[in-house]
Design a protein around this ligand. Structure first.
Ligand code: SAM
Length: 293
């Protein structure tokens, strides 16, 4: 087994050798603790029949742990300065493909079809750049990729919001957007001290596993997400108020909205944060004929 990249000493050595300076604007906080890396990868349940997709390899700290456990790793890195570093640090591993690209602009589906052909078990595993956590997650969820799930480090506050249950302060349209596709749980809380440089915020590893069967079957997904966003537009307002003010021509459609709420078995005075995904599903199906007629 090769010496871990993610020790404070080795990381310093690599940074010095390449004269690398961190770019805050790219969310560059590298992991320097091999135990944390083993734990993260452990939560992904990889075997040599699995493939891993990583976003942002940095100097390869997590990438090498993935390469040891998975059959193949593809990793998207935006920062060109890291390419020669990765070439060097990951040279012991022949099952890693680094793709120099902004993951938000990349055609991930095509990369899976070409680079990961034959792999039926694909996990996203990443220590995400925090400035784009939500766009990256939503892109990977919405593109219909054949993923079993994701194990992703992010700022704790976002992990709390994504995994939140109804009736809690953190529960909102982001919780529903993600939990519609995948079961979400916080796998571990990670202290600032395991990063170089240390971030300003607390971190957590979120584990997302695709539902065997979706929690709701809705008639129109886009409208379902429109309704959930509308319901949380102003958290203090009742559901009825938010739907009226957010949905097109909602004020004039009060009576119809009230009928839809009744048909869905939901009290109009409830707040959006008390509704389960199933209730949002029912509600959006009953509202659909009113707004898409
Ligand atoms: N995986 C490494 C680790 O754990 O030490 C580095 C993680 S660091 C939090 C985030 C990495 O994502 C950096 O290497 C950064 O350059 C890269 N990055 C930032 N924005 C990106 C983007 N839009 N697409 C691909 N990589 C990105």
């Amino acid at each position: 087994m090769h010496k871990d990249i993610a020790t404070p000493v080795r990381t310093q050595e690599i940074l010095k050798k390449y004269g690398f300076s961190f770019k805050k604007s790219l969310g560059q906080n590298f992991l320097i603790d091999p135990n944390i890396l083993r734990n993260i990868v452990g939560h992904a349940d990889l075997t040599k029949d699995s493939a891993a997709i990583e976003v942002g390899p940095g100097i390869g700290a997590l990438t090498e742990h993935l390469a040891r456990q998975a059959g193949k790793v593809v990793s998207f890195e935006i920062d060109q300065r890291l390419l020669p570093v990765l070439e060097d640090t990951l040279s012991p591993y022949d099952n890693v493909e680094i793709i120099h690209s902004d993951v938000l602009k990349a055609n991930v589906k095509e990369v899976i079809d070409t680079q990961l052909a034959g792999y039926e078990d694909i996990m996203v595993v990443a220590n995400l750049p925090y400035y784009v956590t939500t766009p990256i997650l939503m892109k990977l969820l919405l593109e219909g990729l054949p993923l079993r799930g994701m194990v992703v480090m992010m700022q704790k506050e976002v992990a709390d919001r994504i995994s939140a249950k109804p009736g809690t302060k953190a529960y909102g349209s982001l919780s529903i957007a993600v939990q519609y596709y995948m079961q979400a749980e916080i796998a571990m809380i990670v202290p600032k001290t395991v990063f170089m440089p240390q971030p300003n915020v607390d971190s957590a590893v979120l584990r997302l596993i695709r539902h065997d069967t979706p929690p709701v079957q809705v008639k129109d997904e886009d409208f379902f997400f429109t309704v959930t966003k509308a319901a949380f537009a102003q958290r203090r307002k009742t559901l009825l108020n938010n739907l009226q003010s957010q949905l097109p021509n909602g004020k004039a459609r009060k009576e119809e909205i009230l009928v839809a709420l009744e048909e869905a078995g939901i009290e109009p005075t409830r707040r959006g944060e008390t509704l389960s995904i199933e209730e949002f599903g029912k509600l959006s199906d009953h509202l659909l004929p009113i707004f898409h007629s």
